[in-house]
Write a new protein. Structure first.
Lengths: 258, 269
């Protein structure tokens, strides 16, 4: 069953073509990574799928509905780029997670118990009453993930979720995504720059730069002609991993020159 | 002081001031979180054009002030959400036009018998019993709305797009909040004036956030300090024959500056 179906999607913003003829199908329980260069339309694609961008040509169906209808079901989770959340928002970590239960008809005590369970699930127990703004980047992401998960979504959209998390922690983060998919059957669609890392954790990669240059298994993605089409010519791919003993630095996953 | 409190217009000023303090300090939390201070300044200045039009036509300035404030608020909100023109530019143009229109209409007005200064900086002598009833009714209505939908409004402040994806009708809460802020601005003109009305919706949360990080602490301290500052400002302005709005805002700003200074010093210690 396709939980997300995009057909012939074209998006123009202020007369600038952002996405052209995108066709994409995501099945229930899949983990999808949308990768591509900056300005390639990755965030625009997920915002269109979520109904946040309403002007487009083509067809978008999520949970079998139009995006603006689908969001009303409360079955969609969204984690935007980290910079979009106010840094010092006057909430505790628990308050942030409770936002995810805003549509649930439960009493306050039950909501708090459930929110605490998810804080434990993301490994943040003991931080319930900490100021959200004082948590580290990685801790804030975990709490935000708990907010997304506590609402019991069928599909979640994550926009660059590993931003602010160091390389080693990223590995744990992607393992964590697999865990929630395996345990809860949640479909995950994420935007990422870390093509080397996501290649090992996702079911499908969508290579996007205005056009969808590739959509399929990660193994097929790492081919010179596909990467050249996506990022430009003369691409050099350098993938670092914890097993790579010769690598002194983990600061660069990908090097591309036009 | 007891003699002073027994004077009817001082009573009106105190009652009106305390009701306003509660309303404006609660609104200040959302304005602070949404970084709407400039939107708020735009609305308060635009109010002047409406008040002047009311005077010019010999009709209710408050009514026309509310109409102008609401229209300006919705226009700024619309432009801000659409993002087609930079909101700073649109706000700057809108409130300048409204202020210019206000000055021209006030000057041409055959009914012009009120000091322009009163509109701009407030005058506690002008608060009537009728004003208090309107203010009390509006405050109860607004606070009931905010109390009922507090979690949803806070979700919109946290991130409007995330709230929308969670099924929240963000457009409804956005414009409801702007509507309440616009009307509250007009109702606060007699106390603090159009120039300073926005300060009373920015200072409370900005000050309280220097002391508390959690929204409950910010809200409670905002309400308490606003009441203290407004009451103190009314007495000081009465004793020294100063404009009430300027006195209240000066006292509050000084307190804010002091709080920032103390916080900086404590962080260094």
């Amino acid at each position: 069953m396709n939980i997300l179906q995009i057909k012939n999607l074209t998006v123009e913003i202020d007369k600038i073509l952002i996405l052209k003829d995108i066709n994409l199908e995501v099945k229930k329980g899949e983990i999808i990574a949308i990768v591509g260069p900056n300005g390639g339309g990755k965030t625009t694609l997920i915002k269109t799928a979520l109904g946040l961008i309403k002007q487009y040509k083509g067809s978008v169906r999520i949970l079998g509905k139009k995006p603006e209808e689908a969001v009303k079901t409360g079955k969609i989770g969204y984690l935007p780029q980290k910079a979009q959340i106010p840094k010092n928002f006057p909430f505790s970590a628990l308050d942030v997670v409770l936002l995810g239960l805003i549509n649930k008809k439960m009493d306050k005590k039950e909501k708090i118990e459930l929110a605490k369970r998810y804080i434990f699930f993301v490994g943040m127990e003991g931080f319930e009453n900490h100021p959200y703004g004082k948590l580290s980047g990685g801790q804030q992401q975990r709490i935000s993930i708990a907010r997304v998960l506590v609402s019991d979504p069928e599909i979640i959209f994550l926009d660059e979720p590993s931003t602010g998390i160091d390389f080693v922690a990223q590995e744990g983060f992607y393992d964590f995504l697999k865990k929630i998919r395996d345990e809860k059957g949640i479909t995950v669609v994420m935007v990422s720059h870390d093509i080397g890392v996501v290649g090992r954790f996702v079911d499908k990669v969508a290579g996007l730069n205005r056009f969808l240059h590739y959509y399929g298994h990660p193994r097929g993605f790492f081919q010179k002609h596909i990467l050249e089409r996506l990022y430009g010519s003369d691409v050099e791919l350098v993938i670092h991993s914890p097993e790579c003993v010769t690598c002194e630095h983990f600061h660069s996953d990908f090097k591309g020159e036009k | 002081m007891i003699e002073l409190i027994s004077i009817p217009f001082v009573q009106n000023a105190l009652i009106g001031g305390i009701i306003l303090s509660v309303l404006l300090s609660v609104l200040s939390l959302f304005i602070y979180l949404k970084s709407w201070s400039f939107i708020n300044v735009g609305i308060s200045h635009a109010t002047f054009g409406g008040l002047a039009l009311g005077f010019f036509l010999g009709l209710s300035p408050t009514f026309f002030g509310i109409v102008f404030a609401v229209i300006t608020g919705f226009l700024i909100g619309y432009i801000s959400r659409k993002g087609q023109i930079h909101e700073d530019i649109s706000i700057g143009i809108l409130f300048s036009v409204s202020m210019a229109l206000g000055v021209i209409l006030i000057t041409l007005s055959p009914n012009y018998n009120t000091d322009l200064f009163t509109f701009l900086f407030g005058n506690i002598l002008t608060i009537s019993r009728e004003d208090i009833y309107i203010l009390a009714f509006f405050t109860v209505f607004s606070l009931a709305f905010i109390y009922t939908f507090f979690d949803r409004i806070m979700y919109c402040c946290y991130n409007e797009e995330v709230a929308y994806v969670s099924g929240i009708n963000t457009t409804f809460y956005y414009y409801s909040l702007i509507l309440i802020i616009a009307v509250a601005t007009v109702l606060s003109v007699k106390l603090v004036g159009v120039i300073l009305a926005s300060a009373m919706m920015i200072l409370p949360a900005a000050f309280s956030n220097q002391i508390f990080w959690h929204y409950r602490g910010i809200l409670l301290l905002s309400i308490f300090m606003s009441i203290v500052m407004v009451v103190a400002g009314i007495f000081v302005s009465f004793y020294f024959d100063l404009p009430s709005g300027a006195t209240i805002v000066f006292l509050y700003s000084s307190l804010f500056g002091f709080a920032v200074l103390i916080k900086k010093v404590l962080q260094k210690v």
